[in-house]
Design a protein around this ligand. Structure first.
Ligand code: GLA
Length: 391
């Protein structure tokens, strides 16, 4: 089993706290975003992968209406009654993810006549690194609690439940990418998502390439408004295009690059800059799918570099640290592509690399990053992994 040592610790702790075995244990991975940035809430396309790091959630029903959750990594617990399940503003804010997920399994408000639950969670997705530690926690919670309470949601519905928890408990108006990638990940492959139809296809990569995550030390926080303002700009632009194009437009997914070029003049400059990013990303994902089908990994990598440039110049969701990583990567022949991964404004870059040169690549990138910022980024090869499961 992947991350067995964490599983063992979670079970041990559960036993120690509640003197019993958990009735349900689930595991859900984090994710990397490979191509298609900020396209999910624009109903567009994304290539992503579930990673080999994730979160375990072990739980049993309580005798009464008490909810008790212990977070191994924080060495902290949250407890309260069912009636007290609501957004936490201060203190154990990590509990917003499992509590929000629990609440939305029951339409936002668990009935107070239900039984509560006791749980232990633990994982190894680095926090604030843009690897969706929160989605991995939500999806593990969702699967484990679904088993305990006997609900019967499908994978996409559970992903949406996690997304609602983000919106209402964590305050981030995210799309569905993180939760869907955690749910639909495949061993050794990519997930190609269509966020209009919510279809998730797996695409195999072959053994000659791998992904390397380079975690900058710039903390990414998506709840401070920058993510929300980008999303708002995209929605404003979609409304504008719906008015000027003679075809139905509900999201930027419906707008082509040629249309943006022709009609951008009617938009405020910043809104136009924001809009072109997801429009270009959609085109790159579709082109990337054709390239992967032909086995042309190097050209796929070139699209990743283009994606980063688009983030840097148009969407302005990059930062000095991420730019430095991508610039360093470009000078290394064994790196085929590199871009920021996820929301942006810090976090990690995702590199497409020749795995046999991993040491050389990480040494070089660390060296250049250190010369600029004084500290070293973390580099690790990522094995695209299977999605969330009940154990
Ligand atoms: C974050 C969000 C996702 C997605 C990405 C950007 O990870 O949670 O929904 O919008 O940013 O592609």
């Amino acid at each position: 089993m992947v991350n067995q040592e964490i599983y063992d610790k979670v079970i041990l702790k559960f036993n120690e706290l509640y003197a019993s075995k958990p009735e349900a244990v689930a595991y859900a991975p984090g994710r990397i975003e490979v191509l298609g940035n900020h396209t999910d809430y624009n109903e567009g396309y994304v290539f992503s992968a579930a990673i080999d790091k994730g979160t375990f959630f072990a739980a049993s029903l309580a005798e009464d209406d008490k909810v008790e959750i212990f977070a191994l990594d924080m060495n902290e617990s949250w407890s309260g009654t069912l009636a007290e399940v609501s957004k936490i503003e201060e203190g154990a804010t990590w509990a917003n993810y499992p509590l929000g997920t629990f609440a939305w399994l029951f339409n936002g408000k668990p009935a107070t006549a239900m039984k509560g639950f006791k749980a232990v969670l633990g994982g190894n997705v680095p926090l604030g690194a843009g690897l969706s530690s929160s989605a991995s926690l939500e999806m593990a919670t969702a699967l484990a609690l679904q088993k305990l309470y006997g609900t019967s949601y499908g994978r996409t519905e559970l992903a949406k439940i996690g997304q609602k928890a983000e919106h209402t408990y964590a305050g981030c108006p995210c799309g569905l990418l993180d939760q869907a990638s955690s749910m639909y990940g495949v061993e050794g492959g990519l997930v190609k998502s269509d966020f209009r139809t919510n279809e998730f296809e797996s695409v195999t990569l072959g053994p000659l390439v791998a992904f390397m995550m380079v975690k900058s030390n710039a903390k990414h926080a998506l709840v401070d408004g920058a993510y929300a303002s980008r999303r708002q700009a995209c929605e404003d632009a979609a409304k504008y295009f719906a008015g000027v194009l003679r075809k139905p437009v509900t999201h930027l997914r419906d707008v082509t690059m040629a249309e943006w070029v022709l009609y951008r003049g009617g938009l405020p400059e910043t809104t136009a800059k924001r809009a072109v990013h997801p429009i270009g990303e959609d085109e790159r994902v579709l082109q990337g799918a054709e390239l992967l089908a032909k086995g042309d990994v190097k050209s796929f990598g070139a699209l990743m570099y283009d994606s980063h440039e688009s983030s840097r110049n148009w969407f302005e969701n990059s930062c000095e640290e991420l730019d430095a990583i991508v610039d360093a990567a470009k000078a290394i022949p064994e790196v085929y592509g590199a871009r920021l991964s996820g929301g942006g404004f810090g976090g990690s870059c995702c590199l497409l690399v020749d795995p046999t040169a991993a040491d050389k690549i990480s040494t070089q990138i660390k060296k250049e990053y250190k010369a600029k910022f004084g500290d070293e980024p973390e580099c690790s090869l990522i094995r695209p992994s299977a999605g969330a499961s009940l154990l």
